[in-house]
Design a protein. Structure first.
Length: 290
């Protein structure tokens, strides 16, 4: 319970806003983003440009597919971050080589920003992307029974919502469509986010807060999940990850909790490019590739 002047837990408004603003905790943010972009371009050169497909009715609804040589390979669908208002598929290619070389297809969708379609519109798009992957897995050389979803930051929030999708009811797909999740430095309960300065550009209401807080819908989760956060993530992103991991543990769905030692919010996903990093090892083990 919050005390006088507190808006959530022990946070006053300024402290809560700061706890949801990663720029306050990662002074090298732009340096890391630039480094990842350069790494993404280098990977695209080494692997060749990805195949590009439309998965939905609007121009932004398209995805990049990096394919491995293994027949019937598992598929990792990875959702980029960017505070729900930035980011793109191209920038995530930095992680593709780790998965492709290990024997998995790596799929990265583009999707609209929150200012254009709202959070529910974003979740609807990424769910369509995963449904498209399921329908087209065989033509991609992948295994429709081994689809995984991951994400970082706001992309991890979206991925967690994909994980608790009722695939049978909403898409006519197997209820256990997804075989695992990788949730990295995300937000899983929207109540404190709604109370923060992020509400200046995200239109929250009671329905959005409840329906799109994946921690509240774990009864629909059918697969194991790896949860990760950086030791130097902002306090709220650390707390959200720990509480999500504990809720998953209680429900028997936590595969592993990975804490990136000495890493901030932007440095942690960068380690996916190193197959020997703790995060990459956990991801590949989740896919059965270690």
């Amino acid at each position: 319970m919050s005390g006088p002047g507190k808006v959530f837990l022990d946070y006053d408004q300024a402290a809560l806003d700061r706890a949801y603003d990663q720029t306050q905790w990662a002074p090298n943010q732009q340096e890391v983003i630039a480094r990842r972009a350069a790494a993404a371009d280098a990977v695209r050169t080494r692997l060749g440009p990805p195949r590009r497909f439309s998965y939905g009715p609007t121009p932004v609804e398209a995805l990049d597919v990096f394919t491995t040589t293994r027949a019937g390979a598992p598929i990792m669908v990875f959702l980029h971050g960017g505070a729900w208002r930035a980011g793109d598929a191209r920038s995530q290619a930095f992680a593709a080589e780790t998965f492709v070389n290990a024997g998995a297809h790596f799929v990265v969708p583009d999707f609209a920003v929150v200012m254009d379609v709202g959070l529910d519109g974003m979740v609807a798009q990424v769910r369509r992307a995963v449904a498209w992957v399921a329908a087209n897995a065989a033509s991609l050389g992948g295994d429709a029974t081994r689809i995984y979803v991951g994400g970082h930051s706001s992309g991890s929030h979206l991925a967690a919502n994909v994980l608790v999708t009722d695939w049978a009811k909403d898409f006519g797909l197997p209820a256990d469509l997804l075989k695992g999740g990788l949730c990295t430095s995300g937000m899983y309960d929207l109540k404190p986010v709604r109370l923060s300065a992020r509400s200046s550009y995200v239109k929250f209401d009671d329905r959005i807060e409840h329906e799109l807080s994946p921690i509240r819908h774990l009864s629909r989760l059918r697969c194991p999940v790896v949860v990760a956060y950086g030791e130097r993530d902002s306090p709220e992103f650390q707390r959200q990850a720990r509480e999500f991991a504990e809720a998953l543990r209680t429900s028997g769905r936590l595969r592993q909790l990975v804490v990136g030692a000495g890493l901030n919010h932007f440095e942690l996903p960068e380690t996916l490019a190193d197959p020997q990093s703790a995060l990459a090892r956990a991801a590949l083990a989740l896919l059965g590739l270690r």
